[in-house]
Design a protein around this ligand. Sequence first.
Ligand code: FHN
Length: 444
Amino acid sequence: MKRIAILCLMLLTFNSYGQTNAQLDPKILTSKAVMDQFMDLRFGMFIHWGPVTLRGTEIGWSRHKEVAAADYDTLYKAFNPVLFNADEWVKTASDAGMKYLTITAKHHDGFCLWPSAYTDYNIMSTPFKKDVVGLLAKACKKYHIKFCIYYSVLDWYNEYYPFDNTTDATKDPRKKPDMEKYLVYMKNQLKELVTHYDPYMLWFDGPWETAWTPAMGLDIYTYLKTLKKDLIINNRLGKTFAGTEAVGTDRFLGDYDTPEQRIGGLNMDTPWETCMTICEQWSWKPNDKMKSLNTCLQTLAKVACGNGNLLFNVGPRADGRIEPAQVARLKEMGQWLKQYGAAVYNTHGGPYYPNDTYAATRSGKKVYLHIFKPVEKLTLPALPGVKVNKAYVMKGAAVALQQTDDAITLTLPAVLPDANDTVIVLETDKSVAAIAPIKTVNIK
Ligand code: FHN
C-alpha cells in the first residue's frame, strides 16, 4: 500500500512540473527520422569556454563565489585567445571520432561568444573581436561535423533576468527584473543563432530556477520550430530532465533526455544523451584531473550499449588551445573507434542490459558484445528465436561457441585483445533489432 502511495506522490510531483511534449502540437515535434539520425551519431564534443578561463574557475557558478561579480563581469576586457583556431578544435573532434560539436554560445554568466546585436556583453567587446560561434560553424561545415549550440535559459548577468546566482538580485542596482522583456531578449538572440549559424541542435540548460516556467519552455520550443522545423532541441527547456530512468518523451518537454555526469539506463524508446566532462570541471581549470582512457572508452561503450549518445566535454584554455593531454586522450578514443566504430555508430543498444562485465550493441544480424573485464567462460541468456551462426573477436580470431535453447556460452581469450573494451561479434541467422531488452546479472 505504501509503495502505491509513494508512486502516486511521485506522479503528482512529476506532473506538478507541468507542460510536457503532450502539450505541443504533434506536427511541430522533431520527427523520428531526424532523431534516429542524431542517435546514430553516438558521440559529440561539448565545449565550455568563455572569459572565466582567465581565472580557471567554473563557468557561471564561480561568479559571486570564487570570483567577485564586478571582477567576473569585466574579465571580457582581457579575454584575447590569440591561439584560438576553430579548424584545430573541430579537427580534434573529428580525430576523436566525434560526429557533432556543441559550444556554450551563452552560459549562465550571460557572456555571448557571437556578435549579438542585443547585448554588448559579447566577444566583439573583447580584444579578440572574432565571432567564435561563426568560426566554429564554418569549421564544422568544412569537416562534416554537425554544429550545435548550448544556450543557458538562466542568465545571471542580464538586467531583466531576476536572479543573480547566489546573491539577492534585488540588491544588484543593474537588475530590473522583467521576465517578459527577458523572453523577448532570448527570442531575439535565438533568432540570431538559428538564422545566422543554422545549428543542427540546440542544447538548453538552466531551467531549474523559479523565474523559468514550463509555459515559457513550451513557448520557446514552439517559437524555434517556426525558425527551423528539423532543429533538434534537448529537454532542458522543461523542468524535468537529468535522465530520470525510463522516462518517456511524453513525460518531458523536448526531443531527448539529458543525464549528466552519469551513464543513462538502457532505454529503447526515449532518445537520450549523457553529457560528461573529460576532466572534473566543465570549463578549463589548471591541473584538472583527466579520466583514464579505460574510463573514457568504457563510458562511450556503456552509453552506446544503453542506446544513448555521449556528449563529452573539453574546456579550452584562455589562450584558445585545448589542453594537449586532452587532445591526446581524444585521439586515442578516435584510434579505437577507427578499429571498432561499427560496434558504436549506427547501432542500437542491447539486447542485453549492460552489467559490470559486458554490454551490447546491435545492428542487423549482428550483436556486438563489449567485454570490459577478463572472463574465460561467458554465458549469456539465449537470443529468443535467433540462432548464433558464429562468434569472433572483432577484427580477430573465432571464439568457441556453444548454445542451447536457454543459453549461449563463449570461451573467450584468457588475455583480452583490448583491456579497455574487447568487442566480440555474434553473427545471427536473422535480424536482432526487435528483441526486447534481456536482463543480465553481474558476473562474480
Ligand atoms: O550548471 C550547468 C553546468 O555549468 C554545465 O553547463 C552542465 C552541463 O550540462 N549543465 C548545468 C548543470 O546541470
